[in-house]
Design a protein around this ligand. Structure first.
Ligand code: ZN
Length: 136
């Protein structure tokens, strides 16, 4: 069985991830533009991937990108013997940064490198908003 709906577990976050989840809770995928060279970096990049600068300003991603690579994760059988498949992809945002995410809304056998995707925020009950990709 394929899990084509978003599969996200509640995450409480911590001081290290608070700025990220504050942005995603507001519907924003947070990137930052380097003050030195204007390269747009991902939220998990502590220094600029081009010049290693550490100063910059937050910018919101458009939430559009394409699949760079992906894997199909297979679960162990549950108590009824059912196994599940879930697509986890590396998405390159149009701004440049790469992001690991679930690719929902598509059967694992239908995913292709280069597929255009959109990010959406999914908030599990009791958790923070988590970005998930879907085919554009
Ligand atoms: Zn830079």
């Amino acid at each position: 069985m394929s899990l084509t709906e978003p599969f996200v577990l509640p995450m409480a976050g911590d001081p290290e991830t608070e700025a990220f989840f504050a942005a995603t809770d507001a519907g924003i995928f947070p990137l930052w533009r380097c003050q030195e060279c204007s390269t747009v970096n991902g939220p998990n990049e502590r220094s600029c991937r081009r010049c290693r600068g550490i100063e910059g300003e937050q910018v919101a991603a458009e939430g559009v990108g394409h699949v760079v690579s992906y894997v199909v994760q297979h679960s162990k059988p549950d108590s009824a013997g059912t196994t599940y498949r879930l697509v986890v992809a590396i998405v390159e945002l149009d701004e440049g940064p790469w992001w690991w995410t679930q690719l929902a809304g598509v059967e694992p056998d239908e995913v292709r490198v280069g597929d255009r995707v959109l990010l959406e925020m999914v908030t599990p009950e009791g958790g923070r908003a988590i970005p998930v990709a879907r085919p554009a």
